[in-house]
Design a protein around this ligand. Structure first.
Ligand code: SF4
Ligand code: SF4
Length: 352
């Protein structure tokens, strides 16, 4: 059983969480053991362009200041996403970060895109796990001791819940590994968009792509679903199949998160159960319905206890019926995560 700290905040969504966050960090002092001068990566998502409910830059600044106070050197990071939008490559992603107020002036730390210009730069590891074999992750993973993960608790199109586990598994892996977690089915080419530039043919590691009638064509029998061609196509001509079994999707995320987190000695996770939208920050818009009341901020060194406590709280304060249906998807994910050793599905809630 792990400790999960909780502080209430009902001051008006994400924007009103500053005093609660300061008090939480002041009481818990999670960064006091961090090494002087060490780099501390802080994982966050800025949300896609239409999203306005992501973790507020002012809250990020409070975390950054607290890490600096311990004498360490924090930096913010995210990785490129696999779908169309403002975060498909490092240039657009960084421009969007500036536009949404995640500049160094506002947050107190530089923001980097950790998997390079097109989401392909990283190190490969063989996991040999039950649901996923190989992964590619940003190259600093394995080189640094400490990690801080800031997550906005929301619903999610596949897992029904997005929190710390998903933020690590998806957000700390390169684009091909995101594709493999999302879908075991193979991508396909929308012929009308294909300009026959040939980039997908060049990158495919198993020669599954060829020209048919002057358009790229993916041989589904040869394709291994690595996702490299999706990164390579600049014309949005290669599409992802999203029809994945959500339980398999969740188990893959657990296996990837487990591997990534095993590479860090000091870990601290903060979930913001504020502006709890039905869709995650990749999809939500300013008109997004709220699926729960504003609750507050939860934090722990254990991502499974933290996500379980967050969802238990959200479940007791839900709005509408979004968190009444298909709750077995994330509950089974927590069970699997505990079984695999990622953390504990039981927790001791400490109200600050
Ligand atoms: S997903 Fe990978 S294996 Fe399949 S066609 Fe694209 S690059 Fe080739
Ligand atoms: S990279 Fe895209 S546009 Fe270029 S050949 Fe492949 S599918 Fe067509």
């Amino acid at each position: 059983m792990s400790d999960v700290y909780f502080i209430k905040s009902d001051n008006g969504g994400m924007a009103g969480g500053a005093s609660a966050l300061k008090r939480l960090l002041g009481e818990v002092e999670p960064f006091s053991g961090y090494g002087r001068g060490e780099f501390v990566p802080v994982k966050l998502t800025i949300g896609d362009a239409p999203c306005v409910y992501q973790v507020n830059p002012a809250l990020v600044k409070i975390v950054v200041s607290s890490i600096k106070k311990a004498g360490a050197r924090p930096f913010l990071f995210d990785t490129s996403v696999i779908y169309k939008g403002g975060r498909q490559n490092a240039v657009d992603h960084l421009n969007l970060a500036q536009a949404k107020g995640f500049g160094q002036k506002e947050t107190g730390a530089p923001f980097i895109i950790a998997d390079g210009l097109l989401g392909q730069d990283g190190k490969e590891f063989t996991l040999g796990a039950k649901n996923i074999n190989k992964i590619k992750v940003p190259s600093f993973i394995g080189m640094l001791d400490s990690l801080v993960v800031l997550s906005h608790a929301t619903g999610h199109i596949l897992s029904r819940y997005a929190g710390a586990i998903k933020n690590v598994a998806m957000g700390m892996s390169c684009r091909p590994t995101k594709q493999v977690q999302h879908s075991s089915l193979k991508p396909s080419v929308a012929a009308q968009k294909c300009t026959a530039c040939g980039c997908c043919i060049v990158v495919c590691p198993v020669n599954a792509v060829s020209y048919v009638s002057r358009k790229a064509y993916i041989d589904q029998k040869i394709c291994i679903g690595c996702g490299e061609c999706i990164c390579a196509c600049k014309f949005d001509a290669i599409h992802i199949n999203w029809s994945e079994d959500p339980h398999v999707f969740c188990r893959r995320m657990v296996e990837v998160a487990d591997f990534i987190l095993s590479k860090f000695k000091n870990k601290f996770f903060i979930n913001f159960a504020l502006d709890v939208t039905k869709e995650c920050d990749c999809i939500s818009t300013k008109d997004e319905p709220m699926a729960a009341e504003d609750l507050g901020i939860l934090a722990s060194g254990d991502p499974v206890s933290l996500d379980k406590a967050t969802m238990d709280l959200i479940g007791r304060h839900k709005r509408g019926d979004y968190f009444s249906n298909k709750t077995d998807i994330y509950e089974k994910m927590f069970e699997y995560a505990a079984k695999e050793g990622l953390g504990s599905a039981e927790y001791n809630l400490i109200e600050v």
